[in-house]
Design a protein around this ligand. Structure first.
Ligand code: MF3
Ligand code: CO
Length: 236
């Protein structure tokens, strides 16, 4: 799974380098596809329940599952969330980053910082004997402490020989509640954070989830293994 995670990281960093005003989300998709072809690695999302692309690219108030398109031109001040997964020798890796397009305003910058910090807090809660409630509470505490909201309608997940396995990994919860983590488990922790209210709705394309109040939304994700001594981030 570390090998899958390394490919995910390599492609996400490539995509990050292509994010600039004037680029389209389809340019990002093509760059990711070309690198996958060179590495001879299979994308995890394309074909998953009919999803048409290797990347999900979600701009501004889009929360997750935005579909790359040559019509979607990035402009200065936007933020774009890029979610990506692969399968290597039967095992999955899955991660997401939110990237600023040129210079962004202070509120957007704080949203990115807090969302990434909430993911790090969730990861820091991972150890044998900790619970999924500990992880969710750690994420939620950082997000709500900054006045932002945790999206409830989408959650993280177990990951391994399938992209989505049990258990669900909510980005909210109560410390001490829920399944206990054990060495060898691997989970994808993926806070989706809205600057405004937590409510989301799915657009008519059947995929794109957006913040109902139109507020900006950020998403960071890592695939994280539970080891005897604590977390190991497979997608770093
Ligand atoms: N990457 C998403 C997740 O983190 C799943 C993408 S759904 C797909 O669970 F349909 F786009 F593949
Ligand atoms: Co995921």
């Amino acid at each position: 799974m570390r090998r899958a995670g390394q490919v995910v990281r390599e492609v996400l960093e490539l995509v990050r380098s292509k994010v600039k005003p004037g680029a389209t989300t389809y340019d990002l998709e093509k760059a990711a596809e070309a690198r996958l072809e060179k590495l001879r690695v299979k994308a995890a999302f394309k074909g998953y329940h009919g999803y048409p692309c290797v990347l999900c690219t979600s701009i501004n108030s889009e929360v997750v599952h935005g579909i790359p398109s040559p019509k979607r031109v990035l402009k200065q001040g936007d933020i774009v969330s890029v979610d990506f997964g692969v399968v290597v020798d039967g095992y999955y890796g899955d991660a997401a980053i939110t990237v600023p397009v040129g210079a962004i305003d202070n509120d957007a910058a704080r949203l990115l910082k807090v969302t990434e910090a909430s993911l790090q807090a969730g990861i820091a809660a991972v150890r044998p004997g900790a619970t999924l409630g500990d992880v969710g509470a750690a994420v939620q505490g950082v997000v709500e402490g900054e006045g932002f909201s945790v999206v409830r309608d989408f959650v993280g997940h177990g990951i391994g020989a399938q992209m989505h396995e049990d258990p669900q990994v909510p980005n909210f919860g109560e410390a001490g509640r829920g399944m206990k983590l054990r060495p060898g488990m691997v989970i994808a922790i993926e806070p989706m954070v809205n600057a405004g209210k937590p409510d989301v709705m799915v657009l008519a394309d059947g995929w794109t989830a957006v913040a109902k109040d139109g507020s900006m939304s950020a998403h960071f994700e890592h695939t994280v293994a539970v080891t005897p001594t604590g977390p190991r981030v497979l997608t770093e």
